[in-house]
Design a protein around this ligand. Structure first.
Ligand code: EPZ
Length: 419
């Protein structure tokens, strides 16, 4: 397994270009199942998770091509409605094929995605939403079986929690349903808007994406289209946090500043100078990093996917910071590794971390546990004195495209140790 080695202490300087968003590309590619024809997606990042959904769609009978950053799917050949455990276990976002399969074929058999390091990750709201649209759901042998003889019927669907992939799954299920569907307490992430725009380009009739109530008027069929994946707001935030932590001077290009409201205001609160332009953000880290409190919330609140990166930043802030992780039940695993580097972090009640700033971290061998935890350890390695070696970087390869090359381009002393 590959490792990443970092010799810390360098200020990041220069500009970095952001890739397409993993969490927008995955639902977009899943939506191609709805189309009996060719769909094309541009600005798709080259990541392990994209390879996983490539294999999953091919296993269903679709034919896929991935040239450069353009992903093409011909859904005409889909002849299987079963997403197998061996493929789903590699990436739990595979649950996103459930809605489209039921919508187009009236049946689907998808392995339960199971949990991951950060939490149990239930899908009960996906299933109750499909039942509201008339599907019969059964679970046997670790598989979800959904059937809707005669197709789905539009209805009201209320989410107890604004679930991101739940909203995406139900939006895709509803586009071919008979009649109108309203998704209430829907997630408002930019990735939801990106998916709705793509589906509307394919002939769907969706209104209200980005608000808490999304209205979908079912249509008889969708046609192929060319759609573009939005820039990755979490990758953007990761580089901004790294620039602030190294007290550097960085321009982040090809991003959407408006997608990072909460992150930018928190970075400014630490003392960083942040200027935003149409498609780029200029950040200058401050010599003294002020401590701040953070609570993760559904969009447009502070994103849970930026919590680990900010914890790394707060390890060298002046004073105590409180981080409240309100979305996932076990998303502080990175804290244990940061402690090994000399950080002072106390976890109370499972979802509150108190971070007392220290003068510096020391490089150490550490282990990545999940995608964003690995980003947190990279930031810690960049600011630590000495050498840090991060193992299990396959976690990082799931969601960050050539991240060590991008950091190297900003002046970091970082390299991949290939096994
Ligand atoms: C999406 O996961 C993202 N993944 C996650 O990004 C992100 O952290 C998360 O949204 C929150 O923003 C993708 O988009 C592929 P949720 P998702 O359903 O949809 C509970 C990353 O690092 N819940 O919005 O799985 C759930 O347990 C990944 O890129 C239910 O109880 O998250 C959680 O507490 C990590 N029942 C809360 O809702 C359900 O049926 C929000 O989860 C569904 C969710």
């Amino acid at each position: 397994m590959d490792k990443i080695q970092i010799n810390g202490g360098r200020q990041l300087k220069g500009e970095v270009f952001i890739s397409g968003a993993k969490n927008a590309a995955l639902p977009l590619i899943a939506s191609s199942i709805l189309v009996d024809g060719v769909s094309t997606f541009e600005n798709v990042p080259r990541l392990m998770d994209i390879s996983s959904i490539f294999m999953l769609l091919e296993d269903l009978g679709a034919s896929c091509e991935f040239e450069g950053h353009t992903f093409t799917v011909d859904g005409a050949g889909i002849n299987k409605i079963e997403a197998e455990y061996e493929l789903v276990r590699k990436m739990r976002a595979s649950i996103l094929v459930l809605g489209p399969l039921v919508a187009r074929f009236g049946r689907a058999k998808v392995s339960m995605p199971g949990g991951c390091a950060i939490g149990a990750r239930p899908v009960n709201m996906h299933l109750s939403g499909l039942e509201a649209l008339g599907a019969t759901i059964s679970i046997a042998g670790g598989y979800i079986e959904a059937t809707a003889e005669g197709g789905l019927t539009g209805n009201e669907v209320y989410f107890d929690i604004p679930t991101v992939t739940g909203t995406e799954n139900l939006m895709m299920a509803a586009v071919l349903a008979q009649g109108q569907t309203k998704l209430r307490n829907a997630a408002r992430e930019p990735e939801i808007i990106c998916l709705a725009d793509a589906l509307n380009k394919m002939g769907a009739n969706i209104r209200g994406a980005g608000t808490t109530i999304i209205t979908i008027d079912g249509v008889s069929r969708l046609h192929g289209a060319t759609c573009r994946v939005i820039p990755d707001r979490i990758e953007t935030g990761t580089f901004l946090a790294a620039a602030a932590a190294t007290k550097g001077d960085v321009v982040v290009r090809d991003c959407v500043p408006d997608h990072l409201g909460g992150v930018i205001s928190k970075l400014k609160a630490t003392g960083a100078v942040v200027d935003t332009f149409e498609d780029r953000i200029h950040i200058k880290g401050s010599e003294i990093i002020k401590h701040i409190d953070i609570k993760t919330l559904p969009y447009p609140g502070f994103p849970t996917d930026m919590q680990a990166q900010f914890m790394a930043l707060m390890t060298i802030a002046q004073g105590n910071s409180m981080i409240h992780e309100s979305i996932f039940e076990n998303r502080f695993i990175h804290a244990n590794e940061l402690l090994r580097m000399g950080a002072d972090i106390k976890i109370s009640g499972g979802n509150i971390a108190n971070v007392r700033g220290v003068s510096h971290l020391q490089g150490a061998p550490v282990m990545a546990s999940d995608l964003r935890a690995s980003a947190s350890l990279v930031i810690a390695g960049l600011i630590a004195q000495g050498t840090t070696v991060i193992s299990r970087v396959y976690h990082m390869d799931r969601g960050y495209e050539t991240i060590e090359k991008k950091f190297e381009g900003l002046g970091a002393d970082i390299k991949r140790l290939s096994s």
